[in-house]
Design a protein around this ligand. Structure first.
Ligand SMILES: Nc1ncnc2c1ncn2[C@@H]1O[C@H](COP(=O)(O)OP(=O)(O)OP(=O)(O)O)[C@@H](O)[C@H]1O
Length: 338
């Protein structure tokens, strides 16, 4: 398993990046010819964690993710994949890291129209010196994981948008890399399909435990998927936290405004409210970590017994009706204060 660590990462586009960085360090804005796309980003994504980078258009998300796999060189700062620093690596070395360790899933699928679904899913393996049969078998297995068994011989134009994105995901899974970078991967999909894909990603990752860095401008998506979320604004990361932390303690007015209209019962998960010290009622069925809080209401029933929460076979704790009530009433109190 592989973690990803970023230290004091900057990317300035323009003719005078060094001068622009000096200005930023002095607390000034760069002059108009230079764009500070990413400013002083530092974080660690743990092994097996889903880390979502969320922000409005132009906040620097794509620039950040492209520096993580070396598609863009930072102006300053370091990126570590596992124990290996990738900043400063040659193009050849970087391609090696991408083949072995990091796969990317794009918004617009990036499928080859004249290749079959099977060929598309196995495409990333062609450059790895693996035999044809093994490529086909790994691609088949990955297509099975995303629910596309039986579609191997079709072509991309015969598939719906959601299915195409499943092929994109299967390609990344077939590559067998520990890290998945997903850039607005579900943003082009209809809301219902998008939700299905989110569910599938959550289910898959409960089994596979990949390290996922997921870019989105959709706060609801960020909160559903992310173990932690980094909120970006104007190139800077203004807050990193769990969905619960960001909802309860937004770092500033900008984040507070952003989260104001979120439907907490949908985005808060059982894991976010699980108390390790709470004991579950005897015989109460556990729920998976990513169960939305609103699905717990019916499960409490009339007994109101705490519900245990499990993640990959491990009990995280239990959710009490009081914890749910407190989390959901927060917004109501705010509304009453306003
Ligand atoms: N190659 C480039 N040259 C100059 N400026 C760039 C370049 N790429 C990005 N920028 C600028 O950097 C800033 C951050 O862009 P970026 O694409 O990373 O944001 P984003 O949050 O991913 O936005 P979106 O969701 O619209 O893709 C923007 O002001 C953008 O105009």
């Amino acid at each position: 398993m592989t973690s990803v660590r970023v230290e004091r990462l900057y990317k300035i586009f323009g003719p005078q990046p060094t001068e622009a960085m000096r200005r930023l360090d002095r607390g000034e804005e760069p002059d108009a010819r230079n764009t500070a796309a990413v400013v002083d980003a530092s974080f660690t994504v743990d092994e097996g964690e889903t880390f979502v980078v969320m922000g409005l258009s132009g906040s620097g998300k794509s620039t950040l993710i492209r520096m993580l796999n070396g598609l863009l060189a930072p102006t300053s700062g370091q990126v570590f994949v596992g124990d290996t620093e990738i900043t400063g690596m040659s193009g050849r070395e970087l391609r090696g890291v991408r083949q072995r360790t990091m796969s990317m899933v794009f918004q617009h699928f990036a499928l080859f129209p004249h290749r079959s679904v099977l060929d598309n899913a196995g495409y990333g393996l062609r450059v790895c010196g693996i035999g044809k049969d093994e490529i086909a078998s790994r691609a088949r297995e990955a297509l099975g994981m995303v629910g596309l068994e039986g579609w191997e011989d079709r072509y991309p134009q015969q598939l719906s948008g959601g299915m195409r994105q499943r092929v994109g995901l299967a390609r990344a899974l077939a590559a067998g890399t520990d890290v998945l970078l997903m850039d607005e991967a579900f943003s082009a999909l209809d809301p219902l399909i998008k939700r299905e894909m989110q569910d599938q990603l959550l289910d898959l990752n409960a089994q596979l435990s990949k390290t996922i860095i997921f870019i989105t401008h959709d706060l609801n998506e960020a909160m559903r998927l992310g173990d932690r979320i980094a909120v970006m604004r104007g190139g800077r990361i203004v807050q990193i936290g769990t969905a619960g932390q960001i909802l309860r303690e937004p770092a500033d007015d900008y984040v507070a405004e952003f989260v104001r209209d979120v439907d907490r019962s949908r985005v808060l998960t059982a894991a976010a409210l699980a108390d390790p010290a709470a004991t579950a009622g005897d015989g109460t069925e556990p729920v998976p970590a990513h169960t939305p809080v609103r699905d717990l209401f019916a499960l409490f029933g009339s007994s109101g017994r705490p519900i245990p929460v499990v993640d990959r076979g491990r009990v995280l704790g239990a959710v009490t009706p009081e914890a749910v009530f407190a989390a959901l009433s927060h917004r109501t109190e705010e509304a009453a204060d306003a």
